[in-house]
Design a protein around this ligand. Sequence first.
Ligand code: SF4
Length: 153
Amino acid sequence: MSEIKNNMNRREFFAEVGKIAGVAAIGSAVISSTVFAEERRRGSAPAAGTGAGAVGDKLSWPVVEPGKETAVAMAYHHTHADASKDKNTSKAEKTGVKWDDQKCKNCMFYTEAGKKKVKIGGSEKEVSVGACTIFPNKLVAADGICNSWSKKA
Ligand code: SF4
């Protein structure tokens, strides 16, 4: 009789442990998905199923359009030739780097993504592009420039 009672207690114990583990697993999944959703909303997480930092994904992002939205405030341009015509472009030397040598590809905010066709000077050209933290989920040209350029460490 006491053995039956012990087995019952053991069964009840494992049933309780199972319930607690299940609740913990669900809670963990809910927290993870909530955090991930928040990261996605802020543009700092990759699309689901792509893995962290999937470069191919970034190439599907649109390219920043000079003269529109944030690009105006930042005086972003795909080339120095275009930037030099913008009255808002700062041509200041920064941390010992002349303006002519300041390019997205040597800016601390730039991460290379690959090659993509970009409309430059009225025609489409395949150029190197990358992600820039100043323009979330958009691409900039490797030879581009804006007023937020900062020397890559
Ligand atoms: S912050 Fe840097 S990478 Fe981004 S657009 Fe400006 S110069 Fe290019």
